[in-house]
Design a protein around this ligand. Structure first.
Ligand code: G1P
Length: 301
C-alpha cells in the first residue's frame, strides 16, 4: 500500500520565508516537517512507500530525500557520525514523487498520484499535521480490516464555530476501537459510519462538529471519482467531494481521535507553538531550550 502526501502548495501564509524554501522544509526541532509526515506514513506494516505530490517549483523536496554521499563522508571524516547518520536516513527513505502542475486543489493533487496506487487502497496524510505517536494510520487500518476493507477517515471534535475551516462528517455511531467501548460519540475511540461529508460548511448547516483531521485511508473508487470531480469549495477540486460521491456505492467509516494527537504546523503561529511545545517535551532539547528562555527572563504571557 502507498501513502500519498500532498506538498504542492505555495506556502503563502509563510511568505517571505517560503519564497525559496518550501513550507514542508521548515524545521520542527531538527527535521523538516515533511520528514515527520513521511515517517508517520511509513509506520504501518502495510505501507511500502510514500508518494509526495509536489510542484515542479519545489526541487528542494526531491533533493532532501536523495542520498548525499559526499556530505555524509565529510561528516564522518570530521567525527560527526550522528549527523552523517541523520543525513543518510533522510536519503534512504522509500519516497517517490509525482508533480501537480497546476494548483487546482487537494483532490487534484491526490489524483496526480493515481498511477502510483495502481487500483489499491491508499493512505493520504496532509503535511501540516505532525503526529509524534504515529498511531492514527494503524487505527484507520484496524477499522478498515474489521469492516471489509472500507474507506476510513480520522476525525476529531472541534468547536461549533470552527467547522467552516474543515471537512465535516455526517453519520452515526457504529462501534468503537477495541478497549474504547466506553467512549462517548465524539470521544477518542468512537467509530462512526459516515453518511455524508461537506467541505467547509457554514456553521448553521454543519451536520456535526467532527472534522477531518488530514489522515485518510481511501478505496480505489475515490481515486477513480477524482478523475472527473468538478471544483467545489473555493473553486478547487476537493477530495472531500469525491469521498462524498463514493458514499452512494461504498461504506465509509470515521474513527474519532484526540484533537491533541497532532500538532498543526500550517500557520506561522501553529508552527511556532509546535516547535516550542515539542522542544519543551523532548529530552534532547528541553534543557537547552528552557535555559535559552530563562536567560531572557522566562516566558510570560
Ligand atoms: C483540508 C481538507 C479538509 C480537512 C483539512 C484538515 O482543507 O480539504 O477537509 O478538514 O484539510 O486540515 P485545507 O486545510 O487544505 O483547506
Amino acid at each position: 500500500m502507498k501513502a500519498i502526501i500532498p506538498a504542492a502548495g505555495l506556502g503563502t501564509r509563510f511568505l517571505p520565508s517560503t519564497k525559496c524554501t518550501p513550507k514542508e522544509m521548515l524545521p520542527v526541532l531538527d527535521k523538516p516537517v515533511i520528514q515527520y509526515v513521511v515517517e508517520e506514513a511509513l509506520e504501518p506494516d502495510e505501507v511500502d512507500g510514500a508518494i509526495i505530490v509536489t510542484s515542479p517549483n519545489k526541487p528542494e523536496l526531491l533533493s532532501y530525500f536523495q542520498p548525499d554521499l559526499s556530505l555524509e563522508q565529510l561528516l564522518r571524516e570530521r567525527g560527526k557520525g550522528a549527523y552523517a547518520d541523520a543525513v543518510a536516513e533522510a536519503g534512504s527513505m522509500p519516497v517517490d514523487f509525482r508533480f501537480q502542475y497546476k494548483p487546482k486543489g487537494l483532490g487534484h493533487a491526490i489524483r496526480s498520484a493515481a498511477d502510483a496506487v495502481a487500483g489499491e487502497s491508499f493512505l493520504v496524510l496532509l503535511g501540516d499535521y505532525v503526529v509524534p505517536a504515529r498511531d492514527i494510520c494503524d487505527k484507520m487500518l484496524a477499522v478498515s480490516a474489521s469492516r471489509g476493507g472500507a474507506s476510513v477517515i480520522a476525525v476529531a471534535a472541534c468547536a461549533p464555530d470552527e467547522v467552516s475551516r474543515y471537512g465535516i462528517v455526517a453519520g452515526e455511531r457504529a462501534g468503537s476501537l477495541p478497549g474504547c467501548e466506553g467512549a462517548g460519540d465524539s470521544e477518542p475511540g468512537a467509530v462512526w459510519r459516515v453518511s455524508g461529508l461537506v467541505e467547509k460548511p457554514d456553521p448553521a448547516e454543519a451536520p456535526s462538529n467532527l472534522y477531518i483531521v488530514g489522515r485518510y485511508l481511501l478505496s480505489p473508487l475515490v481515486m477513480d471519482l477524482l478523475e472527473d470531480q468538478a471544483p467545489g469549495a473555493g473553486g478547487e477540486v476537493q477530495l472531500t467531494d469525491a469521498m462524498a460521491r463514493s458514499l452512494d456505492r461504498e461504506a465509509m467509516y470515521a474513527v474519532v481521535i484526540d484533537p491533541l494527537s497532532g500538532y498543526d504546523t500550517g500557520t506561522p503561529s501553529g508552527w511556532m507553538a509546535t516547535n516550542a511545545l515539542m522542544a519543551a517535551s523532548d529530552p534532547r532539547f528541553s534543557g537547552a531550550f528552557w535555559e535559552a528562555v530563562d536567560a531572557r527572563g522566562g516566558l510570560k504571557r
